[in-house]
Design a protein around this ligand. Structure first.
Ligand code: ADP
Ligand code: MG
Length: 551
């Protein structure tokens, strides 16, 4: 029988394993560890949850890390903050007898500045959710030069959650990867694609039979307060461009209400409920079937018996009163061998109902973090770029215009054109989401946390009241900024974090920025006297008379 020692695990780690009571390797550990310890092979491990995958990749990682070298060498990408923390904890336990290897967990929904500090202090292994990691990459807060190993944990779940582009982005940003290890319970098409693109001749193992029950419908839930239900729905819709789905409500009034609100906000959507005449219903259904309508808000009664091919998502705006009804709803997707996702928005009080449904359908729900505004924007951006690349130009008369276009764009670089196109399509989302709040519930302190998040993201006077210094700067909307891009600009220039800032007031010609007192000097030093589009930036302490005070 195999032992951890016979698989090649080193002494320090063996001691830790003994301490935490891992006596014999599980099947996936037995098969994966010797391969992964080589550190050069790409690897795919298919196994159900609870089979010991964390140690299967965690032990080899800990052993392969060169701890004398103080930069991140391994990334573990996983779908949720809970998993991220759990992996980091497990690794801590595995390495307790092996000193000086540092593991850091980074995930959204908490202050990024603390995580940046932790990374700066020196870390070897970073366990991250895709969104936060990209945030760090974009802020240049993490050095990926020396990343040799990338682990994708719960890859199928990450794809279900819409992280495909993010994962590809991360894989592209790690050019010195020596090996990529992918773990998953199932093997959908998209994972094959990712592995074909980014992995070289992967060594593949399957342990037990890969999850087979109900694999074509993934059941997910998002937890939030009741007041945030509508906002959460919108995030989910915005985070899934191209979604073809049905949103179920419990009552006609809800269906009508949500539909009206969404239409007012520019969504192409219709309601299907019992108050419509048969003719109206037929019309709605016809539009939905031919996909000129991608989302339908429906009550259970009205949607009874709908059989439409290719529905990607079913969203339970609220859980049905009758648990059986859940099966009918979710059964609208995942038909004819296609995969689908059934999403439920629940409040903490409703979680027990989810558990009842889990028993009934004999499948576990996965809790998913509600995407942040930033996640949504990035998602929309990638989607738009894909759409642009896929646009069919073969049938138009565009060629005739090419000479004119060439002349118009003569002095503009390709980069600039791309940025301009993106801005046209995309500013709307940036603007909408620039001050978006975290809709997730946090630990025991949920309510307080949500309120604090709201306060701080509105740039309001929360805990930092009185500690901010108000700075004047001679840049404003006239310079082509709006709040989000301005924020990005001053953060990039100063290398400070959003957490260091309070309220930003923008006017046409100038703006006021609240910065925590400790960082004000850094901000001034970084901006004052520098150039922006040929203009000299002037930044100083507003209270000392540099800028006009607000009335
Ligand atoms: P997965 O990632 O495959 O879902 P985990 O890595 O989370 O599984 O492991 C599931 C449980 O099994 C954990 O509680 C872990 O501590 C335990 N476990 C893993 N490997 C062993 C082992 N070799 N011996 C005993 N317990 C183990
Ligand atoms: Mg796991």
């Amino acid at each position: 029988m195999a032992t951890f020692e016979s698989l090649g695990i080193e002494e320090g780690l063996l001691q830790s394993l003994q301490q935490i009571g891992f006596q014999t390797p599980t099947p996936i550990q037995e098969q994966a560890i010797p391969v992964l310890l080589q550190g050069t092979k790409d690897f795919i491990g298919l196994a159900q949850t609870g089979t010991g995958k964390t140690a299967a990749f965690g032990l080899p990682l800990l052993q392969l890390i060169d701890k004398s070298f103080p930069s991140p060498q391994a990334l573990i990408i996983c779908p949720t903050r809970e998993l991220c923390l759990q992996i980091a904890n497990d690794l801590e336990a595995f390495k307790q007898k092996k000193e000086n290897v540092h593991v850091t967990a980074v995930y959204g929904g908490t202050a990024i500045s603390q995580q940046i500090r932790e990374i700066k202090r020196g870390t070897h292994i970073v366990a991250a959710t895709p969104g936060r990691l990209i945030d760090l990459i974009e802020r240049k807060a993490i050095n990926l030069e020396d990343i040799h190993y990338v682990v994708l944990d719960e890859a199928d779940e990450m794809l279900n959650m819409g992280f495909k582009d993010d994962i590809e982005f991360i894989l592209k940003e790690t050019p010195n990867r020596q090996s990529t290890w992918l773990f998953s319970a199932t093997m959908p098409k998209e994972i094959r694609q990712v592995s074909k693109r980014y992995m070289e001749n992967p060594f593949e193992i399957t342990v037990g039979k890969a999850n087979s029950a109900n694999t074509n419908i993934a059941h997910q839930y998002y937890q939030t307060q009741h007041v945030n239900r509508y906002e959460t729905l919108k995030r989910i819709i915005d985070f899934n461009p191209g979604m073809y789905g049905i949103v179920f409500t419990r009552t006609k009034a809800d269906a009508q209400h949500i539909t009206e609100q969404l239409i007012r906000e520019g969504y192409d959507i219709e309601a299907l409920h019992g108050d419509l005449t048969q003719a109206q219903r037929d019309k709605v259904m016809a539009r939905f079937r031919e996909k000129s309508l991608e989302l339908l808000i429906a009550t259970d009664v009205a949607a009874r018996g709908i059989d439409v091919q290719g529905i990607t998502h079913v969203i339970n705006y609220e859980l049905p009163d009758d648990t059986e009804v859940y099966t009918h709803r979710s059964g609208r997707t995942g038909r004819a061998g296609l995969s689908g996702i059934s999403i439920s928005i629940v409040t903490p009080k409703e979680v027990y109902r989810l558990r009842q449904i889990e028993k009934l359908i004999n499948t576990k729900f996965n809790k998913i973090d509600i995407p942040s505004g930033k996640d949504v924007c990035r998602k929309q951006f990638f989607h738009f770029i894909d759409k642009m690349l896929k646009a069919d130009i073969s049938h138009g008369e565009y060629e005739a215009y090419v000479p004119v276009l060439e002349e118009k764009f003569e002095n503009i670089s390709k980069e600039e054109v791309l940025q301009r196109v993106a801005a046209l399509e995309f500013d709307r989302f940036l603007k909408y989401y620039e001050n978006s709040v975290d809709l997730n519930l946090r630990g025991g302190d949920d309510r307080k946390g949500a309120r604090a998040a709201e306060r701080s993201s509105r740039g309001g006077r929360g805990a930092g009241n009185g500690q901010y210094q108000r700075l004047f700067v001679n840049l404003g909307t006239k310079d082509g900024f709006y709040k989000a891009s301005f924020l990005q600009f001053i953060l990039d220039m100063s290398r400070l974090s959003k957490d260091n800032l309070g309220r930003i007031d923008m006017k046409e010609m100038n703006s006021w920025v609240e910065v925590d007192a400790a960082s004000a000097r850094i901000m001034i030093k970084a901006l004052d006297g520098k150039n922006y589009r040929g203009r000299r930036i002037r930044m100083n302490d507003a209270e000392s008379g540099g800028g006009r005070r607000r009335g």
